[in-house]
Design a binder for this molecule. Structure first.
Ligand code: ADP
Ligand code: MG
Length: 695
């Protein structure tokens, strides 16, 4: 009997097997070449595919189709069109043409463009990305697309990512050719581990900060935090388990290979890890996953928080971007048993090391956001300094190469567990280092700085392009080398590259106090905040990189910078406004009530001749705090207004970082102090204690 999984997996996806079954053979062959080898698409093929797609979608109950895309907001957008087409005689047919499949024209004027597209020429169009399969979501056929302006500039996250994949494919093939390999296609693979929180819907609904900003802007320390380490990998509570089961079912229908689920470190925090896929598909799937998490949580009376820092005092959420390069399906970052002999592996490894060192700034900027600023460098996530962890084995290989030392490989140790019933385990050649931002984990790198709510296209676009540049350098340097000298010259290249970039390799503890000082000595960058990091998106060297590999033009990069800088200021403006609102309309009135009631008690007791010393002191404390909080709110309002009045996005971000955020912090401290003083029944929002532990 077929299991539920085998029956339902991918049932809502217009997958390769569906295409093979439903398309005429020559059409299927042609489309496969478009998908697998990047060949251009023609309208005749598109018409046949569109027809088959429509028939399939109708059978599955779909009524509409949409071009599904990823504007610069990072989330996904869709506008639904019915297949229905009136015939003119009072009846209607269902149609979906090749043209409608290939190209769509959403009204682009309301999406952020970073100034690329003035509203008077608001036309943008969406173009089918055949490398990511169409799927059905809520009776709508979703066609993954790229979103570009009328003049051909990327208005989305996907287009530059796809271009960076093309750049890497081209350069990697040149390198592999030198190793005697004719490869059809080189792709990058991504496995994103998604962290998130689940809290009760009623608690969420009672907190304007969670509703408006996705994170708590106030809240005193809970009496208990994560110090007992009981939540990580702990038994999953039943409501959450029901949520996870439904999520898996829905994701599997969409062929999202959701594999692992567990509790994370913070109370109410969880993680989902899928099996890796080619990068564009993996990122599409991650976005669908995030959307489904939010919807499905509501079926269970829960709300899914995907912000990087929903709560102070406990860990925030990240999204680890596991990344590798694959040549016709073979992992190029797999060192095999004797890494020291594996020249091709070393060329790719040293290219990645050099790329990350040369573009530390871009790597940091690619994960920079107001939300992620609360995580990076906060001893729960990697520091804001980019460095690479290689693990003992590889570090020894690199050391031997740089210093011309013999490398003594120790065959993988077996761990004797001392219990005959338990099988001997082979010790993983890389130990786990949770503090490194960019860690080699056996046969892939794990970029750990990414934020939980971010679209992973940005970091992958940077990584792919920077690595493409190094591979280009290798292929170019080796172009005139005689075949008999190749091994020697290639090894020399590896040695020179590793020597030039060894400063980026750090196998120690990234949370230690010594590391920032040591990193500074090494000349590594430490950009603590998003406003520090974002402007490097438009540094000349970085504009040159993206232009050279046709990934993004200087105009496109400027637009991306402006859009991210604006996003930062907009988010902080919303946070500041929310704080002002909550203070004026919720916290101060609560303090008025509480202090008023106690003052009445004091007066009543005084009539009876009772001193009521403690109550009197409390009224004084509350009244002083009311005055202080009133001043702090006024100060925040004034500083936010000043920041809002600035036109230049860089200046505006700096004003938020240097003036508004400190005012927000000061207000929070004073309000949180009063949460500890104020009567429970008077406090207008659920506390951290309640949200995180009364589950
Ligand atoms: P952890 O980091 O929690 O120890 P794992 O080592 O199991 O987790 O893997 C984490 C993620 O790495 C998974 O999503 C997995 O699919 C992904 N992964 C494994 N191999 C590759 C690869 N070659 N390319 C990209 N991602 C990969
Ligand atoms: Mg991980």
């Amino acid at each position: 009997m077929a299991s539920k999984v085998t029956e339902e997996y991918g049932s809502l996806v217009f997958s390769d097997s569906v295409m093979r079954e439903r398309l005429p053979k020559p059409t299927y062959k042609e489309l496969s070449r478009v998908i697998k080898e990047g060949k251009a698409l023609n309208l005749a093929i598109a018409n046949e595919v569109a027809h088959a797609m429509k028939e399939w979608a109708l059978e599955k109950g779909a009524t509409h189709y949409t071009h599904w895309f990823q504007p610069l907001t990072g989330i996904t957008s869709e506008k639904h069109d019915a297949f229905m087409e009136p015939t003119g005689d009072g009846r209607a047919l269902e149609t979906f043409s090749g043209k409608a499949l290939i190209q769509g024209e959403p009204d682009a004027s309301s999406f952020p463009s970073g100034g690329l597209r003035a509203t008077f020429e608001a036309r943008g169009y969406t173009a089918w990305d055949p490398t990511s399969p169409a799927f059905i979501k809520d009776e709508v056929l979703c066609v993954p697309t790229a979103f570009i302006s009328y003049t051909g500039e990327a208005l989305d996250k996907k287009t530059p990512l796809l271009r960076s994949c093309v750049a890497l494919d081209g350069q990697a093939k040149r390198v592999l050719k030198l190793f005697g390999k004719d490869i059809k296609s080189v792709t990058t693979t991504v496995g994103p581990e998604q962290e998130y929180f689940l809290i009760k819907e009623e608690d969420y609904a009672a907190r304007p900060d969670l509703i408006m900003c996705g994170r708590t802007l106030f809240g005193c320390e809970p009496v208990k935090g994560q110090e007992l380490e009981e939540h990580y990998f702990g038994a999953i509570r039943p409501t959450v388990n029901e949520f996870m089961k439904e999520l898996d079912d829905e994701l599997w229908k969409l062929a999202v290979p959701a594999k692992t689920k567990h509790n994370e470190v913070a109370p109410c925090q969880h993680e989902l890890a899928p099996i890796f896929e080619t990068s564009s598909k993996a990122i599409d799937h991650n976005l669908v996953t995030m959307e489904k998490m939010k919807i499905i949580a509501s079926h269970h009376g829960l709300t899914c928080l995907q912000h990087e820092k929903p709560f102070d005092y406990v860990n925030g959420s990240g999204k680890h971007n596991n990344w590798s390069i694959s040549a016709d399906g073979k992992n190029l970052l797999d060192p095999s048993d004797t890494p020291e002999d594996n020249l091709q592996f070393l060329v790719f490894l040293s290219s990645v090391i050099a790329a990350v060192d040369d573009y530390q700034d871009l790597m940091r900027a690619s994960v920079a956001s107001a939300g992620n600023d609360h995580r990076l460098g906060a001893n729960e996530a990697p520091p804001a300094i980019v460095s690479i962890f290689l693990g003992d084995d590889l570090a020894a290989v690199v050391d031997a190469l740089i210093n011309d030392k013999p490398y003594s490989s120790h065959p993988r140790e077996k761990m004797d567990l001392g219990v005959p019933q338990l099988a001997d385990l082979t010790k993983d050649s890389t130990d786990r280092n949770r503090t490194s931002p960019f860690a080699f984990t056996g046969n892939k790198f794990e970029f750990r700085m990414c934020g939980s709510q971010q679209n992973l296209s940005d970091p992958n676009m940077v990584l792919n392009t920077a690595v493409a540049e190094q591979l280009d350098r290798f292929a170019t340097d080796m172009a005139d080398v005689a075949e008999c000298d190749f091994i020697v010259k290639a090894l020399e290249w590896v040695k020179a590259t590793l020597t030039a970039h060894q400063r980026i390799i750090f196998n120690g503890n990234g949370y230690s106090d010594e590391w920032p000082a040591e990193a500074e000595k090494r000349g590594l960058l430490n950009m603590r905040t998003a406003p520090d990091a974002l402007p490097c998106l438009i540094d000349k060297k970085n504009l040159d990189l993206f232009e050279k590999y046709h990934v993004a033009s200087p105009d496109e990069m400027h637009a991306r910078y402006v859009s991210k800088a604006e996003q930062y200021a907009k988010l902080l403006n919303i946070e500041a406004n929310t704080m002002v609102y909550m203070t004026k309309h919720m916290y101060l009135p609560a303090l008025f009530d509480y202090s008023g009631d106690i003052a009445t008690t004091v007066a009543t007791k005084a009539e009876l001749g009772i001193a009521a010393k403690a109550e009197k002191a409390l009224v004084q404390t509350l009244t002083d705090a009311i005055d202080k909080i009133t001043d702090l709110v006024a100060d925040l309002e004034q500083k936010n207004a000043a920041a809002q009045s600035l036109d230049d996005p860089t200046e505006q971000d700096n004003a938020y970082r240097d003036s508004v955020i400190p005012a927000m912090d000061a207000l929070r401290v004073s309000v949180d102090e009063m949460e500890k003083v104020c009567g429970h029944d008077y406090w207008p929002v659920p506390s951290y204690n309640r949200i995180l532990f009364y589950v």
